[in-house]
Structure formats: C-alpha cells, structure tokens
Design a binder for this molecule. Structure first.
Ligand SMILES: [Zn+2]
Length: 260
C-alpha cells in the first residue's frame, strides 16, 4: 500500500459546450449560453487563484472549442503549471458518434490542446462519462496515458491495454449537487455544507484505506463565489492529513503505472 493518499482536483472547463451538446438549439439562447461562459471567464480565474494560494497542481479537461473561444482564459491554466486533458471538441458524447466522427473529435481536441501546451494531452475524460465501442481503441491509438471515466473502482488501476484508469463517481462531482437550469427538469441546488460533508467523509474513509480520490468539478458550477469558499474548506481539510497530497491526473497515472 502506498503511504501517500493522492487527491486529484480535476476541472471540466465545458463553457458553452455543456449546454450546446445537450441541445443544439441552445446556440440561439444567449442566457443559457451565458451560464456556460461564466465558467472560463469568471469561475476559472477564481479557481486558479485558490490553487495558487495553496500551491496545488490540478488537471483541467478542456474541449477544443473552448480553447479557441476562451483562449486567454485557458492560457492562464497553462501559465499556472497545470495539466490540460482532452474533453472532446464540442463536448460530443462518444456513444452518439460514428467511428469516423469520434476519430475526428479526438484529432481536433488533440490539435487544439497542442496549440496551447505544445504537446498532446496525456489524459482523456469523456464529455458524457460514457464510451463508444471504439473509445478505448482510440485512446491507445492516439497515445493517451490515462482515462478518467470509469466507476468500477475507488483506486487507479491499469486496463488490459495499458491505459491507466483514474476512477470517478457522481457524488465526487459538483454537478449533481449544484447544476441547475429550468432546461434540466428535476434538479435542485444543495447547500455547500452537504457537499463539503460528502467529500470530507469520502476522503476520510478512503484515507483510512490508504486510497486516492479524484474530484470532478466544473468552473461554471464550483466557480461561484460561495462554492469556491467551500472548495477551500475541503482543501484545508485534506491538508490537515499528513499523508495526503494533491497531484495532477498525469502524475497519478505515472505513479500507478510504476507501481504495477
Ligand atoms: Zn464536460
């Protein structure tokens, strides 16, 4: 068992594409789009400031379109020394694409990330947290180090084809607690105390078992003022544990490979 318990703060910088991928008609709904724009333009700077305050390296999964549209904002992520991972081009859901379309999305996303970081991404997060029958093959073909999508374990592991998996979970995601829109029926907004309690309880339980943890966050959701305060409380909670360490997805994937 590794003495260190690693925590990955991962941020899916979806911007407008969170909304347009669900319904193309949202391209013509400026108010709905504005909810997405808040992410890279307002939430993201607040998050980067918080990460800098505590010297925490993090991973940002960014669709290619968001890199084009909000380039200056995304450059700040790179300037901060953080990792940028693949998250589609227009936040396409792989399970709805043909093989050819999916290949094109992989290529476009890699190209846009390369244009801003100078290298191909190591990590892939599916915009739908779902794969097509081809996704795993494409990850291998395009030379990805890791995927962060599956829910079949708490801990990182290595797939048969050598791709590392950094597992995720809905309760370790800000969206089920906070994502709200009249266009998404049935959703309610939870108080930050409930979210903080959930994440702290899970961290403590995993810490006891010597396991790592991956949080999936969205600047347009967690980046609201009071929620960033809650995230800061969580960071402080983790930092009170001597064997806990924040790390990027790429680093954790490397360590996972080394350990196997
Ligand atoms: Zn997303």
């Amino acid at each position: 068992m590794n003495a260190k318990r690693y925590v990955v703060l991962s941020f899916d910088v979806d911007g407008e594409t969170l909304w347009t991928a669900r319904d193309a008609a949202n391209w013509n709904r400026p108010v709905t789009l504005s909810q997405g724009i808040y992410g890279p333009e307002v939430g993201l700077p607040r998050i980067l400031k918080l990460l800098q305050k505590y010297s925490i390296p993090a991973t940002f999964f960014v669709p290619g379109y968001v890199i084009e549209k909000h380039r200056a904002a995304i450059e700040e992520i790179v300037q901060g020394g953080h990792e940028i991972g693949h998250h589609g081009y227009l936040h396409e859901w792989p399970d709805t694409l043909t093989s050819e379309q999916e290949r094109e999305v992989f290529e476009l996303g890699i190209d846009r990330i390369r244009s801003i970081t100078g290298k191909a991404p190591a990590g892939y997060r599916s915009p739908a947290w779902e794969f097509s029958s081809k996704t795993m093959d494409y990850l291998q073909e395009f030379g990805f180090l890791y995927s962060s999508n599956m829910m079949d374990n708490d801990e990182p592991y290595v797939h048969d084809n050598g791709i590392v998996e950094l597992p995720v979970q809905w309760y370790l995601d800000d969206a089920p607690f906070f994502l709200y829109s009249v266009r998404l029926p049935g959703r309610t907004i939870h108080p930050p105390s409930a979210v903080l309690e959930t994440w702290q309880e899970e961290f403590s339980a995993l810490y006891e078992e010597g396991k790592s943890m991956v949080l999936t966050l969205h600047p347009q959701i967690i980046g609201r003022a009071y929620r960033v305060k809650m995230l800061e409380s969580f960071i402080q909670f983790v930092m009170r544990h001597a064997d806990a360490q924040f790390i990027t997805g790429e680093k954790l994937a490397c360590l996972t490979l080394k350990a196997t």
